[in-house]
Design a protein around this ligand. Structure first.
Ligand code: NAP
Length: 332
C-alpha cells in the first residue's frame, strides 16, 4: 500500500509498504482522509522525543472498516469511523500513563491507504461531518476540549483568550469556547486571521507581534479568565497585565518560546493557575464528539491534498498561512 513515510534521512516520501493485517482485538481501516498537525513538523525537525524511523506519519484519520481481527464484534464491519489518536491513556482522567503515545511515530500513523488499530480506538463517524472534517477533528479538537473543559473549567460568559488563532488547536478552541457560551478574544500575527475569527464570533483580537499586545488586550477585554495557549510569552509576567484574579493559563504547546519566566509573588497573590495539557482521554473524545454533534460544530478545513502531494501539504503547514486544518484526501 501507499504511505507517507518519514525516512531515516528525516525526509517525508510517498513509499510502498506492506498492508497491515489486524491482529486480535484490532480492526483494519481503509483511510479516507488524514490531517496534518504541528507535531509532524517537530518530528521532521528532530525536535520530538523518541524519534523512530522509518515510520508512517499521521495522528488524525477517518475511514471505513474493511477487515476485523479475532475477538472483535462483527457489527463493526463497513462502519465509518474516526480514530482516537492515542495509545495507553489508562484509566486516570487527570493524566495519561507514562506509556501514553500519540498515533504516528513510533506506531504506524494514518497517512497511509490502510491502518490497523485496536477497536477501542474507534468511534463511529457522525454523518454530518465530511471525511475531511472528520479527519481534521481528533488531535486539535480533543486538545482544545480538554484544555477548556477540564483544565480551564470554562463557564458561560467567561472571557477566554485563544492565542495564535491561525493554528489548528486554536481554531477548534474558538468554535468550542463559543458553543460553550464564552466571550472569546484572540491573538494572531495576521489581521486577516483576527478578522476571520471575529466573523465566526470572537469579540476582538490583537497582534502578538506588537510588543504592547498584553496592554492592548487588557484594554479591549477588560481582563481574561482563561487562556488557551500554544505559545506562552518568553516572559509570562506580561500576562499579569490582563489576567483576572483566579484565572487559568492552560498551555498545550511551545511554538513561540520553549522557556518562560514568572514573577512568583504576582502569580500566587492573584490566585492564578498555570496548567499543562496534552490531547485528552478516550472518554473525553467520546464526550467531545457528542458535544460537537449537538452544536453542529465542524472543524475548519483550510485545504486538501492527495497522498502523493504529501510533501506539498507539509510545506503549506510550514508556511503558517493557513486558517484551519490541512487535510490529505486519500480517496482522490
Ligand atoms: N499538547 C498537545 O496535545 C498538542 C496538540 C496539538 C498541538 N500541540 C502543539 O501546539 C502548537 C500548535 O499546534 P497546531 O497543530 O495547532 O499548530 P499549527 O496549526 O501549525 O499553528 C501554529 C500557529 O501558532 C501561532 N504562533 C506561532 N508563533 C506564535 C507566537 N509567538 N505567539 C502566538 N502564536 C504563535 C500561529 O498563529 P497565527 O497564524 O494566528 O499567527 C500559527 O498559525 C504546536 O507547538 C504543537 O506541537 C500540542
Amino acid at each position: 500500500m501507499k504511505a507517507l513515510l518519514l525516512t531515516e534521512a528525516m525526509n517525508v516520501e510517498v513509499t510502498d509498504v506492506s498492508k497491515p493485517t489486524p491482529t486480535s482485538g484490532e480492526i483494519l481501516i481503509k483511510v479516507a482522509a488524514s490531517a496534518l498537525n504541528h507535531r509532524e513538523l517537530w518530528i521532521q525537525k528532530g525536535l520530538y522525543p523518541g524519534i523512530t524511523v522509518p515510520c508512517i506519519l499521521g495522528a488524525d484519520g477517518a475511514g471505513t472498516v474493511v477487515e476485523i481481527g479475532h475477538n472483535v464484534d462483527q457489527s463493526w464491519n463497513n462502519k465509518e469511523v474516526i480514530i482516537y489518536p492515542g495509545y495507553y491513556w489508562g484509566t486516570n482522567e487527570d493524566a495519561p500513563t507514562r506509556q501514553f503515545r500519540v498515533l504516528g511515530m513510533p506506531d504506524p500513523g494514518t497517512m497511509a491507504e490502510y491502518i490497523s488499530v485496536p477497536v477501542n480506538n474507534l468511534v463511529e463517524k457522525p454523518n454530518y461531518l465530511s471525511w475531511a472534517e472528520a479527519a481534521a477533528l481528533p488531535v486539535a479538537s480533543l486538545t482544545a476540549w480538554r484544555g477548556l473543559k477540564r483544565h480551564g473549567r470554562i463557564q458561560k460568559d467567561d472571557k477566554v483568550l485563544i492565542t495564535g488563532i491561525g493554528g489548528g488547536v486554536a481554531q477548534a478552541g474558538l468554535s468550542l469556547a463559543l458553543a460553550l457560551g464564552a466571550k472569546v478574544y484572540v491573538t494572531s500575527s495576521s489581521s486577516d486571521k483576527i478578522a476571520f475569527a471575529q466573523s465566526i464570533g470572537a469579540i476582538d483580537g490583537v497582534n502578538y507581534k506588537n510588543k504592547d499586545w498584553h496592554n492592548q488586550l487588557k484594554e479591549v477585554s477588560g481582563g481574561i479568565d482563561i487562556v488557551l495557549d500554544s505559545s506562552p510569552s518568553p516572559d509570562l509576567d506580561n500576562y499579569f497585565q490582563f489576567m483576572n484574579y483566579g484565572g487559568r493559563i492552560v498551555t498545550y504547546g511551545s511554538t513561540g518560546s520553549p522557556k518562560t519566566t514568572i514573577n512568583i509573588s504576582k502569580f500566587f497573590l492573584r490566585h492564578l493557575q498555570f496548567i499543562g495539557t496534552a490531547m485528552g482521554s478516550p472518554s473525553e473524545f467520546k464526550a467531545l464528539l457528542i458535544f460537537m454533534k449537538e452544536h453542529a460544530i465542524k472543524p475548519i478545513v483550510h485545504s486538501e491534498y492527495t497522498l502523493d502531494e504529501g510533501r506539498k501539504a507539509f510545506n503549506s503547514l510550514r508556511s503558517g498561512n493557513q486558517i484551519g486544518k490541512i487535510v490529505i484526501n486519500h480517496i482522490k
